[in-house]
Design a protein around this ligand. Sequence first.
Ligand SMILES: [Zn+2]
Ligand SMILES: [Zn+2]
Length: 267
Amino acid sequence: MLIDTHAHLDFPDYSEDLDAVLARASEAGVSRLISISTSLESSARAIALAQAHPQIGAAVGVHPCYVDESPEDILTPLRALVAHPAVVAIGETGLDYHRNATPPEDPALLSAWHANRARQARFFEQQLQLAVDSRLNVVVHQRDSWEDTLAILRPFSGKLKAVYHCFGGSLAQALELADLGFFVSFTGIVTFKNAAIAQDTVARLPAGTFFLETDCPFLAPIPHRGKRCEPAHTRVTAEHVARLRGETLEELAAHTSAAAAAFFQRR
Ligand SMILES: [Zn+2]
Ligand SMILES: [Zn+2]
């Protein structure tokens, strides 16, 4: 049994054929799916999906790339949403500096740049505190923001568990997170030829410290690269990771799914 710990099942990519997508996941041995949210609206959709399909759990939260279009107060609506029994995590939340890596020279744009970064940090901290209050763990999105993300998260070590999803970092970085009681998870990127660092990391990490995910509809593994990704592809990634680690698919599935199952529930 495999778990796709990060799927954007509420995206319009699946509105036409979700039942077929779920059937293919089940046929591939992917028997549990976590639908990850990007906004308040997305969070409500994830809960509705989890209510309609027993194999789906919902993570609710506001993604760092969606903070500007979210209301000033995300906590009041999120508090109402996390009360739902289908909710198994907060996320995804975190910091994404990819689109705004360096401050713009135009002073008119500079204040918006600072405001976006401050809003990302505030929403991240608020969602971490909500996770503590609601006894849930957190799915973290980190892109080009390693130091700042860790600075915000570190004080929450011991109060909650976090998973750095779509992990592409080094073994040393993954072990630094494991020391804080945090996890990492790997997408189909580990099947790409240019992903030597992530492949080395996933090959050497101790069992119980990492999960598998698709991040679908993005990041389809080889041989599906460039096409729409879907939860069934967790199986392709798992077969590749098992080979890298010298484990059987069953062995890999057992420890990644046990770690993920313990993570995606109320503490
Ligand atoms: Zn993400
Ligand atoms: Zn995602």
